[in-house]
Write a protein that binds this ligand. Sequence first.
Ligand code: PBG
Ligand code: ZN
Length: 322
Amino acid sequence: MIRTRRLRRSEALRDLVRETELDARDFIYPLFITARAGAREEIISMPGIYRYGADRLEEELDELTALGLRAVLLFGLPAAKDELGSGAWAEDGVVQQAVRRIKALRPEMLVITDVCLCEYTSHGHCGLTRGAEILNDETLPLLARTALSHAAAGADVVAPSDMMDGRVAAIRTALDGDGFADTALMAYSVKYASAYYGPFREAADGAPQFGDRRTYQMDPGNAREALRKIAVDTAEGADMLIVKPALAYLDIVRAAREYTVLPLAAYNVSGEYAMLKAAGRLGWLDAERVMLENLLAMKRAGADMVITYHAKEAARLLREGR
Ligand code: PBG
Ligand code: ZN
């Protein structure tokens, strides 16, 4: 008789035949950098996640390294915002300063920067605006300029999250033309207009002041469009791709995995983190086990890496052999 239970009989057997495993080296940890010097402020809807002043990063970097975490994704909260989002490409901007600081303290830490305008614009949109319209082509030079300033500060990878058409080509051309041919480009290619970004918008103070992001981020009802977007970003020169959010979009992660040969990241977003923390606090489920199960599911769906606020907790549990 064929018995599938035979291979589940002992831990050694289960370990032997397991197809997917978590590894701290595949986690990317998001870091929020604030212009407030010395700050370490907890984000209310994301317990355990803090906004750091660029001068407060050393301790955090030590902790990440001790846990075997080797990649961070930076978001900036500037001191002031304006119509153009000029803080995004300021030479002494929050992210630029943080990149320099991290590279000075830990040159081996992989530094990825989120390239977008929404944290820096007074209207909170990811592109320039004219009336209620979010302008595409006019935004591209500003994104390219932002990416260049990140690369100049020492970023290893730039990650445009704005969802304007043509940004990958614009950024790639700018990098190549200015001596940054080796700076990699990780595109948020498949980014849905999702309510799961709610806590992030509190964390990064980047909620749109009017309207929503549905004219540039993708419609949650569409899967084929994700593949079209991947094809476009690949042709424009993306080195790696992101699908976001993760949990409610694992079908998209799987489809993307089958469609592209590029390295693929799933972004385990703020709302996914917040839901689990809330349920855990209420004692309604074992949040640690669910967390590991979620992260495993993202990898099983086909992600090579996971951008996750859980990176530190998960790395700690994996160390303990969970
Ligand atoms: C900015 C950006 C967002 C996220 C990453 N980059 C928010 C948004 O598009 O509204 C979401 C991250 C998260 O929710 O964890 N463009
Ligand atoms: Zn944005």
